[in-house]
Design a protein around this ligand. Structure first.
Ligand SMILES: NC(=O)C1=CN([C@@H]2O[C@H](COP(=O)(O)OP(=O)(O)OC[C@H]3O[C@@H](n4cnc5c(N)ncnc54)[C@H](OP(=O)(O)O)[C@@H]3O)[C@@H](O)[C@H]2O)[C@@H](O)CC1
Ligand SMILES: Nc1ncnc2c1ncn2[C@@H]1O[C@H](COP(=O)(O)OP(=O)(O)O)[C@@H](O)[C@H]1O
Ligand SMILES: [K+]
Length: 511
């Protein structure tokens, strides 16, 4: 029997869209057929159900019953086989169907026969869920979800969610888009999701992580060579994974000096927003920049120096004093607390005129989105770090449209601006202009608080200053930032986490 492994840190590094997994299914079925096996996908369906049932037994070893929901597609087919296995194992099975099961696929029909032979008694779900046990299996909708869930399906999902039992979702929670991680209408809230053949990209961003519960992956013993026939849509990264890929920074040479680790210039901090630059400065320092300068409003100079006397902080009150300072910098980080005043515009103008590697954040992005500011960064190493609100302004759409397809939004921004783009939020995405995408599975909702983005800006600037390319720095920086937040939250909890709490953990992880 297949033993799928669980824990999100052990998921494979390749993520796929629904269409790509369908392609993999077809390739795998063809191979099984060529090897003298069945021709319709029933073999794969059996492997999927076996893997999910193994997970069920491992997670709920004491449970004597299971309630199974089956939709009219192959996800329902998986559910039929799982129900048959449960019967053979001596579990009581309550089995509900939704949709028209007279037109099942060849594989799902065989699955249904198998279930009937095992003694499963399917009943059409009529709105009432009668089940006393602890485990519900959701086989309603999988990668074939193609419209918003409503009607009987929505009632079934509401009944599953209202029931006290835990839900094991087959492939993905019904109602979740495998491609975008958005809930289409409504979705099952799972405790455990066993996903098959390839990890669907939508499980790990937007709403995905909230409704999947724990994610386990079952390869269904598909020949790894088949995966070489198509490239993954997105790479999954995490702090642990970068370590396994040996992508940490090298230890420093003994005979090194501060000039080798780059000079960062942090630009921003209009009236009332000095903290933003202070945090970017400190994060850049804790991530190893050789020297940090800061150009800001007069009133912020002393407070920043008190907190971080290591930094060289200059007042640029007229805005014009910035130009010569920029000439001494290896990397510019612009945007934290920049504001949108004429002072802010004057500073940004000079930053955009320079050719130094740049991290552009916050109001730097908001100004860039306004008429007449649009730039093409193909000649300059640039990382842009929008949260969904800033991304919406840059794309000229609303936030809901950005979140409705984060993968596409990130890709589009990277292509439009010819820069590496970090689209922040749960499952932060990193997009390169050439179409590469990475998704970071670290991070937690404790990070949803003011200042976290400013810290990321400092982290990224320090990494560029130490010689990483924008793509490397963004991947590494997002993981170290989220990894630090996870360590901090593990100590004291997520609620109440502050951006400055990350500093000691950044320092630790960078070494
Ligand atoms: N292929 C393989 O070999 C393997 C596949 N595997 C399994 O198959 C799953 C994919 O199966 P699938 O392609 O049949 O799609 P599935 O998710 O069952 O749904 C399609 C049905 O749902 C319906 N429907 C859609 N949206 C709806 C809505 N909002 N509300 C109501 N109905 C809606 C849609 O109706 P239609 O719109 O076409 O009329 C259609 O009838 C995959 O996730 C994995 O679990 C594994 O066994 C491994 C081997
Ligand atoms: N729910 C969440 N899960 C994971 N990471 C999050 C979550 N909410 C916020 N973050 C991270 O925290 C940071 C917040 O940045 P941002 O919104 O720019 O904050 P600010 O502008 O206040 O500095 C980003 O790196 C983002 O990815
Ligand atoms: K499902």
């Amino acid at each position: 029997m297949n033993r799928p492994y669980s824990a999100k840190d052990h998921l494979p590094g390749e993520l796929y869209s629904a269409a790509q997994v369908r392609e993999l299914d077809t390739l795998a079925i063809t191979q099984i057929q060529d090897d003298g096996g069945d021709t319709c996908g029933f073999e794969l369906m059996c492997r999927a159900a076996e893997a999910a049932f193994a997970c069920l037994l491992e997670r709920w070893p004491e449970e004597g019953s299971v309630c199974v929901f089956a939709g009219p597609g192959n996800n329902g087919g998986d559910a039929y086989v799982l129900a048959a296995l449960a019967c053979h194992h001596g579990l009581d099975v309550v089995f509900y169907t939704l949709g028209d099961h007279s037109g099942l696929s060849a594989a799902a029909s065989r699955a249904r026969e198998m279930a009937l032979e095992a003694g499963v008694e399917p009943q059409v779900f009529r709105g009432e869920l009668v089940y006393e046990g602890q485990v519900i299996v959701d086989g309603l909708l999988g990668t074939g979800l193609n419209k918003a869930v409503q009607g009987d399906y929505a009632s079934a999902i509401a009944a599953m969610n209202a029931h006290f039992a835990d839900v094991l979702a087959l492939d993905l929670p019904s109602g979740l888009s495998a491609d975008t991680g958005c809930i289409l209408g409504c979705a099952v809230q799972a405790s455990l999701t066993v996903t098959f053949i390839g990890v669907k990209q939508g499980l790990l961003t937007a709403d995905g992580p909230d409704i999947c519960g724990e994610v386990a992956f079952a390869s269904l013993s598909v020949d790894p060579l088949l995966f070489h026939q198509l490239s993954a849509s997105c790479e999954r990264i995490s702090w642990d994974r970068l370590e396994r890929l040996n992508q940490r920074l090298n230890p420093r040479r003994g005979n090194s000096h501060k000039g080798e680790f780059g000079h960062v210039m942090v630009v921003g901090g209009d009236h009332g927003m000095g903290g933003a630059v202070a945090m970017a400065v400190e994060a850049a320092g804790r991530c190893g920049a050789g020297l940090i300068r800061c150009a800001t409003r007069t009133e912020h100079v002393a407070p920043i120096l008190v907190r971080r006397p290591e930094a060289m902080v200059r007042a640029v009150e007229s805005g014009l004093e910035l130009q010569p300072l920029l000439a001494h910098s290896h990397v510019i980080a612009c945007g934290p607390g920049l504001g949108q005043s004429s002072w802010s515009e004057l500073l940004l103008q000079q930053v955009l005129n320079a050719s130094t590697p740049l991290v552009l954040d916050a109001d730097g992005l908001n100004l860039l989105a306004s008429p007449g500011w649009r730039r093409d960064f193909s000649e300059r190493p640039v990382i842009m770090t929008p949260h969904p609100g800033e991304a919406a302004r840059l794309l000229g759409c609303d936030i809901a449209s950005v979140q409705a397809d984060r993968f596409n939004s990130a890709r589009q921004l990277a292509a439009q601006y010819q820069a590496v783009v970090v689209l922040k939020g749960q499952g932060s995405l990193i997009a390169a202009p050439d179409g590469r995408l990475a998704l970071c599975t670290d991070g937690n909702p404790g990070m949803a608080c003011g200042g976290m983005g400013d810290v990321l800006t400092g982290v990224l600037a320090a990494l560029l200053a130490q010689g990483l390319s924008p793509w490397q720095a963004a991947r590494y920086g997002v993981c170290v930032h989220s990894g630090a937040a996870d360590l901090a939250a593990r100590e004291q909890g997520q609620r109440g986490l502050l951006a400055t709490d990350l500093m000691p953990y950044l320092w630790e992880l960078m070494n």
